[in-house]
Write a protein that binds this ligand. Sequence first.
Ligand SMILES: NC(=O)c1ccc[n+]([C@@H]2O[C@H](COP(=O)([O-])OP(=O)(O)OC[C@H]3O[C@@H](n4cnc5c(N)ncnc54)[C@H](O)[C@@H]3O)[C@@H](O)[C@H]2O)c1
Length: 406
Amino acid sequence: MQRISQKIVVMGLGYIGLPTASMLATKGHQVLGVDVNEAAVATINSGRIHIIEPDLDILVRSAVNSGNLKASLTPEEGDTFIIAVPTPFMEIEGNPKAPDLTYVEAATRAIVPVLREGNLVILESTSPVGTTELIYKIIIETRPELAGKIHCAHCPERVLPGHILRELVDNDRIIGGLSKAANEQARDLYKSFCNGAILLTDSKTAELSKLVENSFRDVNIAFANELSMICDKLGINVWEMISLANRHPRVNILQPGPGVGGHCIAVDPWFVVAAAPEQARLIRTAREVNDAKPHWVIDKVKAKAARFRDPVIGCLGLTFKANIDDMRESPSFDIVKDLLGQNIGKIMACDPNVQASKVNFPLFDLKQVIKEADILLLLVDHTEFKDIDLDTIKDKVVIDTKGVLR
Ligand SMILES: NC(=O)c1ccc[n+]([C@@H]2O[C@H](COP(=O)([O-])OP(=O)(O)OC[C@H]3O[C@@H](n4cnc5c(N)ncnc54)[C@H](O)[C@@H]3O)[C@@H](O)[C@H]2O)c1
């Protein structure tokens, strides 16, 4: 395996950039991590971390102590530049879900002055089709002498939070370069730490394949969410029905829930819709079905609450998935916030993974919620909730959006 040490500049030191920068540093590359967040830069330079991810603290400490990883607010010259900044959506010209490329553009403009002939610029951020070409255009607009002499590639990231370090090494990687040379240079770099297969293509195919992976999951979950509403109407247990249907050798329906959250599955499909609004009808509808599910859950709670004089409603879970503390785009959080604003009874929110300081409403202990609630709304399948003794809740009205209190 080729192991040539390079000077690598990583733009953005969040959940993707920091693990990647530290992994490259521990493989012998000289890495400069750049972030606009001064506190993050100072924390990393002291060998500590500012985000939560298992074992990342150990990797960063070892990378910083080896002298191979340094963090900075400004980029320097190097061989390879990796861009791993956010790509959220924002309202642009009447489209409320248009891709927001301001971070990618700013990171690109920041490296333009230090680029040299032969450099490789890798875009790791999940991006709309055409973004790698846009980066190249921004570079040669300011530095026309670099036309044809700078290599650009998109190498999307598919790691799962909570397992990032393992998946960075083991996952297969797609590399979509603007040229053959870009593909070869990027392949050699990823080979220095990836055990997974390295699959070469062009930039647009790489960009769309990443967006499609998350759109596929979103469409499948929308199907499950639609089934959950059909089953509710027909008095059928959706989880039992799906587990039976999945016994077919070529059927694999995902699980329904209170909606879809997080900053990937709930966001990336909109980049496909924005690029081809007339063709991406199924992808758009899936997003709409999943975004509508929290309202359906709220209506269910309101209908049950109307049967009580002063109902106490226990809401179990605030995060966007089980056993994490992340509430980004979380439908559970939105449902609880909405219920708190309705005048339908006392709302007792409970999430053992969320610190009280992270929300602006009171959080209650699980035991107290189970004791006092008339209605229990289960929103996240945290382990603590799966372990609830069903005997202790047998007299309560249960609305279980995850199918764990059966
Ligand atoms: N987190 C994941 O699980 C995951 C998985 C796959 C893909 N992605 C994609 O990777 C990209 C990065 O995601 P993330 O989770 O690491 O985001 P993040 O918010 O954790 O980190 C992004 C970092 O970039 C910094 N930044 C912003 N503008 C900058 C600039 N101009 N120059 C330098 N730094 C800048 C921010 O301060 C922040 O520290 C996104 O496109 C995301 O969709 C994330």
